[in-house]
Design a protein around this ligand. Structure first.
Ligand SMILES: Cc1cc2nc3c(=O)[nH]c(=O)nc-3n(C[C@H](O)[C@H](O)[C@H](O)COP(=O)(O)OP(=O)(O)OC[C@H]3O[C@@H](n4cnc5c(N)ncnc54)[C@H](O)[C@@H]3O)c2cc1C
Length: 442
């Protein structure tokens, strides 16, 4: 077991090496703000930055140090798809709804790149392309159907890759080929978050860490509609934004009842000889497999390491046990790396939803953006912007996602006891699909 880990092994995110968490907190709150934002990830900071630049007084409150959530822990893939596949959404809700949702995803994707460029945030944002690796011939056929549907209706590009050409993209024989989406991207999530945070601070946002919000109640008078109680005292606000995603606490009960928190796992290898790394992913694309329960791989943007993850919601907590599990996934996909050691293993909280869709909206006068189902890099940035535009009364704040009700289930209070069952169901569905022979064209 110890042979798997470097001597300087740590269970903190690799991204924190370049973007360590800081305490930008003041321990006191002003008596009132125009807007209180709960949660200091991409969603909260993008909303706060937009509002502050429009002249609003804004504070961002976080239970932990700012950036402690998934925004400095994720894989940094920038895509424009959802857990809910386009063809499934189209079958369930019709073409007009599905295309409106997926067009907004494209806007989220493009506007994230545009924002990073306009702001000059140095976070290794690149359009490196993505390989989606098929886990069986049936997955390959399903992937082709999905991508063909998206190309026909939305004009989105892709190239299918047969099994015999997989090694052009990845030093692996595990997969039945896949598809390359040439323009999808990646970034360094820690540096992106750091860039957002420094710009929010420069715009006058008060970012307060170690400040859990414990209650939000209606309040009368002086333009403040809400009284916000926190671990360091009370304040009042005209508007409140909940941007807590997979970290939503039970004292935000309406929101906690609607998100399903689950743990994502990631690891970094020790620095690799450049030629060995280059051989693994020759085009430096991101890689994700086509399963419901995904494995994913990418080169680090700032050092010769491979970063990867998977085995979502497996229940493990011990870093050494997580390292052993993830190393097994690494060896299986990229056998050349069987002897490399891991320098970092970390976890982060994601948020699923009962309809597998992200949600933005306003309930009882309180705004929310959450439930990103692993797509929060572009979607969190996009929803933060949209919420701010809504608060400012700007018509461009409208988006296709706000029309759907945010579902929950009877008796669900935010404790996802059913997750192990759900993951087993996903594994069963993946295995069942893998056994199916793809339909041959007539
Ligand atoms: C391992 C992993 C890999 C991922 N990979 C990708 C990827 O490649 N691409 C992608 O698009 N997405 C990915 N995601 C998802 C993405 O990281 C998230 O969807 C996104 O960061 C959510 O941002 P956020 O601002 O909404 O929330 P977060 O960044 O999670 O921040 C929420 C914050 O709310 C705070 N909070 C909670 N309750 C309270 C309270 N009561 N009072 C005060 N503060 C509170 C928390 O402390 C936390 O800091 C991944 C996630 C994980 C965990």
């Amino acid at each position: 077991m110890t042979d798997l880990l470097t001597t300087d092994f740590t269970d903190t995110p690799y991204w924190w090496e370049a973007a360590p968490l800081t305490e930008v907190s003041s321990s006191t709150l002003a008596p009132a703000y125009d807007v209180v934002v709960v949660g200091s990830g991409y969603t909260g900071l993008r909303a706060a930055l937009t509002l502050a630049r429009a002249g609003r007084s804004v504070t961002v409150l976080d239970k932990e140090r700012p950036g402690y959530g998934a925004s400095r822990r994720n894989a940094g893939f920038i895509g424009r798809t959802l857990k809910k596949a386009y063809i499934d959404l189209k079958a369930a809700k019709g073409t007009a709804h599905a295309t409106a949702i997926y067009r907004d995803l494209t806007v989220a994707f493009e506007s994230t790149f545009a924002f990073i460029e306009e702001e000059g945030i140095e976070c290794h944002a690149v359009r490196c392309g993505r390989l989606i690796a098929a886990t069986s011939p049936a997955h390959h056929a399903l992937l082709e159907r999905e991508l063909a549907g998206m190309k026909a209706d939305l004009g989105l590009p892709y190239t299918m890759l047969p099994r015999e050409r997989l090694r052009e993209e990845m030093a692996s024989d595990l997969y039945d080929g896949g598809a390359v989406i040439p323009d999808l991207g990646s970034l360094h999530p820690g540096l992106y978050h750091h860039g957002l945070m420094t710009r929010a601070l420069a715009a006058g946002v008060a970012i307060v860490g170690n400040c859990e919000v414990t209650a939000i109640e209606p309040s009368a008078g002086q333009g403040a509609r809400f009284r916000v109680t926190t671990a360091v005292g009370q304040t009042r606000a005209r508007d409140v934004v909940i941007a807590t995603n997979g970290y939503t606490t039970a004292n935000l009960p309406w929101h906690a009842r609607r998100v399903i928190p689950f743990v994502g796992y990631m690891a970094a290898t020790e620095p690799l000889p450049p030629a060995l790394l280059q051989k693994q992913l020759p085009h430096r694309r991101t890689v994700i497999d086509a399963n419901l329960d995904i494995d994913f791989f990418r080169p680090a943007p700032d050092s010769p390491r491979l970063l990867f993850g998977g085995a979502t919601a497996n229940g493990l907590q011990d870093p050494a046990a997580i390292a052993a599990l993830l190393h097994g996934r690494l060896r299986r996909a990229l056998p050349d790396l069987a002897d490399v050691r891991l320098s970092h293993v970390w976890t982060g909280q994601c948020a699923g939803t009962f309809d597998m869709m992200p949600h933005i909206g306003c309930h009882d006068g309180i705004w929310h953006g959450m439930g990103y189902n692993f797509a929060g890099v572009p979607m969190g940035s996009f929803f933060g912007l949209k919420i701010a535009q809504r608060i400012l009364g700007q018509p461009e704040g409208a988006c296709a996602f706000e029309q759907a009700p945010f579902p929950t289930l009877p008796f669900y209070r935010g404790n996802p006891w059913f997750l192990p069952l759900a993951m087993r169901y996903f594994a069963w569905k993946d295995a069942r699909l893998a056994q199916r022979r793809p339909a041959t064209p007539a």
